[in-house]
Design a protein around this ligand. Structure first.
Ligand code: 5AD
Ligand code: SF4
Length: 443
């Protein structure tokens, strides 16, 4: 039932990628500016924003089941907003199928969330999935809360149109946020305690800007943010192999604050499949690119994304992906079964593969990737490195942070969040490393 009372408390539940996490934080800041308080638990929230992901299967089904489960402590449903990429792709249908939903708001329209909440409080349901050319960012309040490690969206949307991917439809065309706005937001993040910034975008290396005089490329932005003294570390994700520039590769060799980590999705090791995916790179051009990064920064850790079971993928083509994995030696990676996304070209292709084939290939792929991840972690033991303290661990006196190579490191000691500590990587597990604290460098 649509609500008709002004909410006092809210919860934003974000699913999917880091950009959704960032958007979720911004929605929270927007609602806080309106005087709403963040609720500690879902059941305490008068308003719940489901910030959804549409990249793979069952996304919409999950949203409907989440909607059905939402109840406040008094047994009544909260006011519900559906945001994110499922909202963009299936907004009308959600409104028709789920009367409990008061508003649907797309990723480029969430700066208008307060107006939608106001309308909902008066019993009016609304959908806002506009993709305006003017960006939402100017309408958002200043950054307030942040951890030691913060996200900053610099670029959004994608013009690449890989044939399997829904992002160009849900996030829209590529836009770059202006240089000055980004430096201002980075400064605000620093004021609020950020010591590491991860620059976010569907394709960060397509970022372009200007400083009033001349055009700037992505590596210039990194260089300028690195000049903020309080910023100790810079990361970025995600990049497309075709937009990697010589400047970015050089930056890895020149800027100490730029962490030795590269997430560079390849998706497949087969040139035929890559072509059918419209990736416009080959497995060989990808491998050569990795070599150039390694030449600039020999210890750089490589991460990637893989899709198994793309329509028409043969056993031999899948084997080529395993070969590529062997050649690269990934420090970590994400791998997925191909999922037909409605409206994308690949969903209409012949040769859709049975689930069992995809299951089997995914298992083999993940076995290889896990093997390499463990090997990478084991090869790190004995190394001394800095760790940025991000949060408390599960056990008393335990702290968690990341190594320069994005490994989770836990250790014991007298430190606080935001400290940079010198740690010896002592014992490697598959997903984390136990460190021994050597020295604390106050933030
Ligand atoms: N099916 C499976 N995986 C997908 N990805 C994107 N679209 C799909 C899809 N339809 C994966 C890609 C991408 C990552 C963010 O999600 O590997 O790099
Ligand atoms: Fe999707 Fe390809 Fe764009 Fe990545 S580059 S967001 S996979 S279309």
């Amino acid at each position: 039932m649509p609500h008709s009372r002004t909410p006092q408390t809210f919860r934003v539940k974000s699913f999917g990628c880091q950009m959704n996490v960032y958007d979720g934080e911004r929605m929270g800041e927007l609602l806080a500016e309106q005087g709403l308080r963040a609720a500690a638990e879902d059941e305490d929230a008068d308003l719940v924003v489901l910030n959804t992901c549409h990249i793979r299967e069952k996304a919409a089904e999950k949203v409907y089941s989440d909607i059905g489960r939402l109840k406040k402590t008094d047994g009544r449903p909260p006011m519900i907003a559906v945001a994110g990429c499922v909202a963009q792709a299936e907004g009308e249908e959600i409104m028709a199928r789920a009367p409990a939903v008061s508003m649907v708001v797309g990723p480029q329209a969430y700066h208008r969330l307060p107006q939608l909440v106001q309308a909902a409080a008066q019993g009016r349901r609304s959908t806002d999935t506009d993709m305006p050319a003017a960006t939402k960012f100017a309408a958002l309040p200043e950054r307030r809360r942040t951890g030691a490690s913060a996200f900053l969206t610099i670029q959004e949307g994608c013009d690449k149109f890989c044939t399997y991917c829904v992002v160009p439809y849900t996030r829209g065309a590529e836009i770059s946020r202006p240089f000055d706005d980004l430096l201002q937001e980075a400064e605000k993040l620093v004021e609020n305690g950020a010591r590491e910034i991860t620059l976010l975008g569907q394709n960060v290396n397509a970022w372009t800007g200007n400083d009033g005089a001349q055009p700037l490329a992505f590596d210039h932005l990194i260089r300028e943010i690195a000049k903020l003294p309080e910023i100790k570390r810079i990361r970025y994700t995600t990049s497309h192999p075709n937009d990697v520039t010589e400047g970015l590769i050089r930056a890895h060799g020149e800027i100490e604050k730029l962490m030795p980590f590269l997430h560079l999705p390849v998706q497949s090791g087969s040139d035929r499949v890559l072509k059918a995916m419209n990736r416009s790179h080959t497995s060989d051009s990808y491998l050569r690119l990795i070599e150039r990064f390694r030449a600039a920064r020999p210890d750089i850790a490589i991460s990637g994304d893989f899709i198994v079971g793309f329509p028409g993928e043969t056993d031999a083509e899948f084997e080529e992906t395993l070969q590529l994995i062997d050649e690269v030696g990934y420090a970590q990676a994400f791998s997925f079964k191909y999922s037909p996304r409605p409206g994308t070209p690949a969903a209409a292709m012949e040769g859709q593969l049975p689930r069992e084939v995809m299951d089997e290939r995914l298992q083999r792929l993940q076995t290889a990737l896990n093997r390499d991840q463990i090997a990478f972690n084991q090869a790190s033991t004995g190394k001394r490195c800095k760790v940025l303290v991000e949060r408390k661990g599960k056990k008393p006196g335990q702290w968690l942070g990341k190594s320069p190579w994005l490994q989770s490191v836990f250790f014991e000691g007298d430190v606080k969040i935001g400290d940079m500590v010198q740690v010896e990587l002592a014992e490697a597990g598959p997903n984390s490393i136990h460190g021994r604290l050597l020295e604390t460098v106050p933030a």
